[in-house]
Design a protein around this ligand. Structure first.
Ligand code: SF4
Length: 340
């Protein structure tokens, strides 16, 4: 579906009946192109140890108030067994960015164990930051097949304004990591934050066009939520009201579904932080994936990229629409790799 940049900008601001019509159109698009099922990904927050200092993030390295943890291999395997038993089609291993031979080997071993315990049937998504292409390849060869690396903002100027100006946080490196994931063969996901200080609707329209131009397979995006123990908190007076951030985020989901009808789009927890029904609203505006949190309870409080992270885990989806036991791979990925 073709939408011009001007149309995207206008529709991002849709309210009332216009917003309802937009989201209903996206909902119809989802049913037509990827079906009625909502796919479950059991989210395992593997570690809150991170080498980076993104200015918006609660678990940034310099936040000394955070109690750091890394799950043991057995804890990851136990959470995976829960996912398997409950009929989730996939797990997501997510964590702060760590780079070391030991970390690479640990993750590789975990991927193999997850594959063994589910006889290769559970889908495995990784979200472990920027790594070398060789590391991405090792994890892929061990059996992971999806990778989520959010660009956070596709505009270089805005990206720089929310990251430190040092070698660890380079915009070009992030773009290159996305290309490396694609070369290795993953289903590649990205996403952005919506309602950042200094962000405009023009920026968000460009984010949508970036995702289409990158031909991504999956997307996870949600409203920016400020965290008091971060540098970006000093700019909170510039923020849109939470209701507006949510409304624009739902319009982003709807527009992305219309632009890229066959990709997977997650209804993220950040939506729920603003509105208890935020994820369900996203599922009726084009999203088709939810990620219930399977992190062991005693660690959940320490994995806070933003404040007021909700604890309710189970989305309100009609039973018949849940894709139990289905991996729910990206139809877009299947289409673009046909015959390759
Ligand atoms: S956003 Fe990710 S990479 Fe940046 S500090 Fe937080 S966990 Fe680390």
């Amino acid at each position: 579906m073709e939408l011009t940049r001007q149309e995207l900008i206008r529709l991002l601001n849709a309210e009332g009946s216009e917003a309802e019509a937009l989201r209903a159109r996206a909902d119809g698009c989802r049913r037509q192109w990827v079906g009625n099922k909502v796919y479950l990904r059991g989210l395992i927050e593997y570690s809150n140890v991170c080498r980076k200092n993104c200015l918006y993030c609660g678990i940034r390295k310099e936040n000394t108030a955070v109690v750091r943890y890394t799950l043991s291999e057995d804890e990851v395997v136990a959470a995976t067994r829960t996912a398997w038993r409950e009929g989730y089609g996939s797990v997501v291993l997510q964590g702060g960015e760590s780079v070391s031979p030991a970390h690479t080997a640990t993750i590789e071993g975990l991927i193999r164990r997850i594959n063994t315990l589910s006889a290769g049937e559970l889908g495995i998504t990784l979200s472990l930051g920027e790594q070398t292409e060789e590391t991405y390849r090792r994890w892929f060869e061990a059996g992971a097949h999806r990778y989520l690396l959010r660009i956070e903002s596709s505009g270089e100027g805005l990206y720089r304004s929310i990251h430190p100006a040092d070698a660890l946080h380079r915009y070009d490196s992030r773009r290159e990591a996305l290309r490396a994931l694609r070369r290795v063969g993953y289903q590649v996901g990205t996403g952005v934050m919506i309602g950042l200080p200094g962000q405009t609707l023009e920026n968000l329209a460009d984010d949508l066009l970036f995702m289409r131009q990158q031909d991504i397979d999956m997307c996870g995006m949600g409203p920016y939520l400020e965290h008091a123990q971060t540098p970006l908190y000093t700019r909170r007076a510039e923020l849109w009201l939470p209701e507006k951030r949510l409304a624009v985020a739902l319009n982003m989901v709807a527009l992305l579904r219309i632009l890229m009808p066959q990709i997977n789009i997650a209804a993220t927890t950040a939506l729920q932080a603003i509105d208890p029904a935020g994820r369900e609203k996203a599922l009726r505006a084009g999203a088709n994936v939810v990620m219930p949190n399977l992190t062991p309870a005693r660690y959940k409080a320490d994995y806070k990229l933003y404040e007021n992270k909700p604890v309710t885990e189970w989305p309100d989806i009609p039973e018949g629409e849940i894709g139990y036991g289905c991996r729910g791979d990206s139809v877009h990925f299947q289409q673009r790799t046909v015959g390759k």
